[in-house]
Design a protein. Structure first.
Length: 280
């Protein structure tokens, strides 16, 4: 609660201009979180070539959308464009980067070095990897900064990112590839589990609609239990598993040498490799 209060205070008292470059799903989720936590709309500049109606509507509250004039007081620039558009999106931002400007990039696969090359070698840059539960304020983001990032800028980055969920920091940028594979891609693994569980229910004789409801509610409810419980995942699993019972029979299959654990390890390794390939 105290962290949230401090984040709210930071955003309510934000000095200068916050520039959001890219207002797609993740950028919009961050934007909603900032405004909900008290950031004044007049402090916001949004750069988005194809703004959706909700983004356009924010101009009536004071948000500046694709302004023509030069921005001279950018305290923070948040880059939320797709990585394949970085070559076009980044160079125009270079003149906005001042001595104290924080550059926060959530572009998947784009290294700090690549952002430095496009903007400035002297820029204070934080690279972060959020995930899609950010859309409901339950994301998890891992961040890493370059040597130019000072304590004040790190706190600001944490406050900006905490608007969409929990924030963790690492000191080794190479870990972001594994982060991408675990939490960045992780929601897709969970959604696949729900999809497969529903199909398995149908195969066992359940009506399709009931199977889908059971899978959806079981996974979302279990996730909330894991979120609230002081116990770790292994303990919660053991609490559901009676010796010789139905869950034990299922887990004998899932926890076999070629089961869920082995497959997930292979999947995360494959995603990590691909993240490194995309980063060049």
């Amino acid at each position: 609660m105290k962290k949230a209060q401090k984040s709210n205070e930071t955003l309510r008292n934000f000095a200068g201009t916050l520039v959001l470059v890219g207002a797609g799903k993740m950028g919009s989720a961050m934007l909603d979180g900032w405004l909900a936590r008290g950031l004044k709309p007049k402090k916001l500049v949004i750069v988005e070539p194809q703004p959706a109606k909700p983004i356009k509507a924010l101009t009536r509250r004071g948000v500046r959308l694709n302004p023509k004039g030069k921005i001279t007081d950018a305290s923070a620039i948040v880059i939320a464009v797709k990585p394949q558009t970085a070559a076009q999106a980044l160079p125009p931002l270079a003149p906005l980067v001042g001595k104290t400007t924080l550059v926060l990039s959530i572009m998947a696969g784009r290294t700090i070095a690549s952002v430095e090359k496009a903007l400035s070698a002297n820029a204070a840059i934080v690279r972060a990897m959020p995930n899609t539960p950010a859309a409901v304020g339950r994301g998890i983001t891992v961040a890493v900064g370059n040597r130019k990032v000072v304590a004040r800028q790190r706190r600001l980055a944490s406050d900006l990112l905490s608007a969409i969920g929990k924030v963790e920091w690492v000191t080794d940028e190479s870990l972001i590839d594994a982060v991408t594979a675990v939490s960045g891609s992780g929601p897709a693994y969970v959604f696949l589990l729900a999809e497969c569980l529903a199909k398995a229910g149908v195969a066992a004789g359940l009506p399709a609609e009931l199977a889908l409801t059971l899978a959806r509610e079981t996974i979302s409810g279990s996730g909330e239990l894991l979120h609230r419980s002081p116990l770790d995942a292994a303990s919660l699993r053991q609490n559901v598993t009676s010796p010789g019972g139905t869950t034990a029979a299922a887990l004998e299959i899932l926890m076999g040498s070629d089961g869920f654990g082995a497959l997930l390890t292979q999947a995360v390794a494959a995603a990590t490799r691909r993240s490194r390939e995309l980063a060049g």
